[in-house]
Write a protein that binds this ligand. Structure first.
Ligand SMILES: Cc1ncc(COP(=O)(O)O)c(C=O)c1O
Length: 395
């Protein structure tokens, strides 16, 4: 009675990620997909699998979900976000002129600088929120690489306008959607040619795997990237693919909670003594707030940056003084992380006291209380004048 069953593609994303194979249930199968670990497959099998570096069941199941979530025709998973980005640059950018957002992930900028230094491409970095600058830089370019939310100031480029600029000069546009996830922004629907993810972040969601993914509607780009993955071999493990699929089942609930908590924290942090500025696209004073309202579907994400009114040493003391937040890099996991960004090479241009926060799923009040006690412990601002004095709960 297939006709009476709901069409899986009419179900919401929150439902589809829980039922990735069909969107339906009730045919008696195991609830959790198997984890076949084989790296070799007998010739003549019905799936056409031969060798684990080319394709396998674990990847395909995950790729199907990612393509569905991003509204793409096809997806490929890689061994890390950087492996996915390197594959894109190798197969679509080498020998050409590449334009990239100047606040793209440091690893991406570093790789581009390295490729340019080795004479493999020409690179120009640009403020992706300045459309005139993007248009000027894109003359003669073959690839534009931007991120849905810039790092670490959470800038918001106009994806549709950037795609139009890139396409006018015959370039492809690649959008790193790691910070927003397909639940908040779907760049392919706004004109992007390729979406790339560090699936090590929100998609995995538990700080326990490294993975990258690309999603596209362009069959020729997918074929190039598949060739690159098979032959350069930057593949993910089978277990990681299975874990990522498990992580995806809770992406919707995790991100809803994280996004709500981020808004709560962003609104309150501005009122605390010692916090000079809060960068969050959900705040009315964010430079691209109106664009974020149009472009981001169900929230402004779970990343916040705060500028503390202090020197580098004091900001480091603050990061070390938290008890719930972990002083660590990375983002997108269930636990809250924070770090002073100017500690990294290439980020020294940032204010010394700028702290980037990845909001986890802990209770928002506890997260706020922890930040408040750490500010006081580190001697940033003063407890007086702070509108928040939430103590840590005893239990
Ligand atoms: C926006 C963004 N893209 C790509 C990457 C690279 O991903 P991975 O660490 O999985 O290689 C990162 C890593 O932090 C990132 O933040």
């Amino acid at each position: 009675m297939a006709e009476s069953l709901p069409n899986p593609h009419r179900l919401s994303r929150a439902t589809r990620v829980v039922h990735p194979d069909t969107g339906l249930q009730g045919d008696g199968r195991a609830l959790i997909p198997p984890l076949p670990m084989s790296s070799v497959f007998g010739h003549g099998n019905s799936h056409g699998y031969a060798y684990g570096r080319d394709d396998n069941e674990n990847w395909q199941r995950l790729e199907g979900v990612l393509a569905d979530l991003e509204e793409g025709d096809g997806a490929l998973v890689f061994g890390s976000g950087m492996a996915a980005i390197a594959a894109i640059l190798q197969s679509c950018g080498v020998g050409r002129r590449i334009v990239a957002a100047r606040d793209a992930y440091t690893g991406t900028r570093e790789l581009l600088r390295h490729l340019a230094g080795a004479g493999q491409c020409a690179v120009e970095f640009v403020d992706a929120t300045d459309l005139d600058a993007v248009a000027r830089a894109c003359r003669g370019a073959s690839l534009l690489h931007i991120e849905t939310l810039g790092n670490p100031l959470l800038t918001v480029p106009d994806l549709r306008a950037c795609a139009e600029i890139a396409h006018q000069v015959g370039a492809i546009i690649v959008v790193d959607n790691t910070f927003a996830t397909p639940l908040l922004v779907r760049p392919l629907t706004l004109g992007a040619d390729i979406v790339v993810h560090s699936a090590s972040k929100y998609i995995g969601g538990h700080s326990d795997l490294m993975m990258g993914a690309v999603i596209t509607n362009a069959g020729d780009l997918l074929a190039k990237l598949r060739y690159q993955r098979s032959n350069a071999g930057a593949i993910p493990g089978q277990l990681e693919s299975w874990l990522a699929l498990r992580g995806l089942r809770t992406l919707d609930v995790r991100l809803r909670r994280q996004t709500e908590s981020a808004m709560f924290l962003a609104e309150r942090l501005g009122g605390i003594a010692g916090v000079a500025r809060v960068h969050y696209p959900g705040l009315a004073d964010h430079p691209q707030h109106d664009l974020a309202l149009r472009q981001m579907r169900e929230g402004f994400g779970a990343m916040i940056s705060v500028e503390l009114d202090c020197d580098a040493a004091t900001a480091e003391r603050f990061c070390a003084a938290t008890r719930i937040w972990t002083n660590a890099t990375s983002l997108g996991s269930v636990e809250s992380l924070l770090e002073r960004r100017a500690r990294w090479a290439g980020e020294e241009y940032l204010p010394a006291g700028l702290v980037r926060m990845s909001v986890g799923i802990e209770a928002a009040e506890d997260l706020l209380g922890d930040l408040t006690q750490a500010l006081i412990a580190a001697g940033v601002g003063s407890a007086e004048g702070s509108s928040v004095t939430a103590p840590l709960p005893a239990d």
